[in-house]
Design a protein around this ligand. Structure first.
Ligand code: ARG
Length: 472
């Protein structure tokens, strides 16, 4: 929600801050303007309500809230949640964040029972709890969208059959590879991204609720019970650590940044491949844009933004690390700066994954142009050297012999195939190496780029993707 929207629903009536008892007057407008997080942390509303319900039930177990009281607090939390969801929740000026706003509203609805909700709790453990719950859901959502893109690459790999293209190093043609091998390479990278997010999720699955402001409480609360109630795998063991730990945000931002870097590399390839110079792919009209001035243009904007926005994802990670690095234990207000970067990275990656999935899925791959580029005689050079090796010549010498033949063919004396056929250690059979697609077919070693290993690889990829889906 934007600032404008927040103030549109905001009530200007007098209201108290959470700390008004200790202070003589109200806060300066400038303080509130600078410190509020409500415009963005409203996204935590439903997770805050989950945490508050679990805390209320914990207070009942500790004998602090009666059965009736807890009943009215739970109803009030539901009502506040419904108002937030349908847009009828009215905010007041002292609502500095969503946690404050919900507690205020619960107290308005449930009276004294509501006023007991914050017993034994601080916003420090409350915020950490809501944000961990939100982040667990967010990384699961992203992992699932990344698995969808992985699936698209696996399908394209299956559809690619025996099509081949030049494989590049230094963006110079190196050796032909099956197109399926190329698509599958991106699927494996996405698999590591998914694993990283799932791994981060398991480490963030620790409940902070019950840690209080920093040191726990004198009241007979049982943090482990609340942790179970909230579906956390574990409960904190150190209140100072858990109220100030934002490793889970940094790890998520890293997982998203690296995923973003992979999307950026995919984007860069589509930019190159869709150029007239390469002509390897033609984007579907739905996933390309035109130019306002140049009628002939069809632009790969999704691919370019995947490349461009990766900078921002890296910035969100490095920005948070810089915020964290100077903080003494335990909670410091600086930690409020954890939310916007993660919200932004999650939003950007979610949009990117869907757009890129559509782009890759609907594009037309021009396998004739790919084959033409891959069948250039020089891409057979390594095979010539390996033929010499099979004839007993040490690889270093073989490399030099073929290198000289390439140099001579480029000087225009004879073609490479003529030179190879005429060479005493190669001979007429080597002409077959120059047949279209022969070089790609000869990549037979495990994990290599030819039909047999690629077939085996695609089967492994299926198994891997199934396993990942079961973990998300
Ligand atoms: N909105 C704040 C945050 O996200 C709430 C915590 C404020 N805690 C405090 N002790 N002032 O960090």
């Amino acid at each position: 929600m934007s600032d404008a929207e927040t103030s549109a629903t905001s009530d200007s009536s007098e209201s108290n801050t959470l700390w008004h008892g200790r202070f003589e007057g109200g806060p300066a407008e400038a303080l509130m303007a600078y410190t509020v997080s409500l415009p963005y942390d409203q996204r935590l509303a439903s997770h805050d309500i989950l945490g508050s319900k679990a805390h209320a039930r914990g207070l009942e177990r500790a004998g602090i809230l009666s059965g009736d009281e807890v009943g009215s607090v739970l109803l009030a939390l539901d009502e506040a949640g419904a108002e937030l969801a349908n847009g009828t929740f009215s905010f007041v000026d002292s609502d500095e964040d969503i946690h404050t706003a919900i507690e205020r509203r619960v107290t308005e609805i449930a009276g004294d029972a509501g006023a007991k909700l914050h017993t034994g709790r601080s916003r420090n453990d409350q915020v950490a709890t809501a944000f961990r719950l939100w982040t667990k859901d967010a990384v699961s959502m992203i992992a699932s969208k990344a698995a969808d893109l992985q699936q698209v690459f696996a399908e394209q790999a299956r559809n690619a059959g025996d099509a081949y293209l030049p494989g590049y190093t230094h963006l110079q043609r190196a050796q032909p590879v099956l197109l399926a091998h190329h698509f599958a390479a991106h699927a494996w990278a996405l698999g590591r991204d998914i694993e990283r997010l799932i791994d981060a999720r398991s480490r963030m699955d620790v409940s902070p609720l019950g840690a209080g402001a920093l040191a726990g409480t004198s009241l007979p609360l049982q943090p482990s019970e609340v942790a179970k109630d909230l579906g956390f795998a574990e409960v904190f063991t150190n209140s100072l650590d858990v109220t100030s730990d934002r490793d889970f945000v940094a790890e998520s931002l890293f997982g998203l940044a690296l995923l973003g870097v992979h999307l950026s590399r995919i984007g860069e390839e589509f930019v190159l491949w869709s150029s007239e110079e390469f002509g390897f792919v033609s984007l579907d009209d739905q996933y390309a844009t035109g130019s306002s001035m140049l009628p002939q243009k069809k632009n790969p904007d999704i691919a370019e933004l995947a490349r461009g926005k990766s900078g921002r994802l890296i910035g969100n990670l490095t920005g948070l690390l810089a915020t964290l690095k100077g903080l003494p234990l335990a909670y410091n207000r600086d930690l409020q700066e954890d939310k916007e970067p993660l919200f932004d990275s999650v939003d950007q990656i979610a949009l990117a994954l869907v757009a890129i999935s559509g782009m890759v899925d609907t594009a037309t791959y021009n396998t004739t142009n790919m084959a033409e580029a891959a069948d250039s005689p020089t891409s057979v050079a390594t095979d010539l050297a390996e033929t010499l090796v099979s004839n007993g010549i040490p690889f270093r010498q073989a490399h030099a012999i073929v290198g000289e033949m390439v140099r001579s063919s480029l000087a225009g004396n004879s073609t490479l195939v003529e030179l190879a056929v005429a060479h005493p250690d190669l001979g007429p059979e080597t002409a077959a190496l120059f047949e279209p697609g022969a070089a790609a077919r000869r990549r037979t070693s495990p994990g290599g780029a030819g039909p047999a290993p690629v077939q085996a690889q695609l089967e492994q990829l299926e198994v891997y993707m199934k396993k990942l889906r079961s973990l998300i």
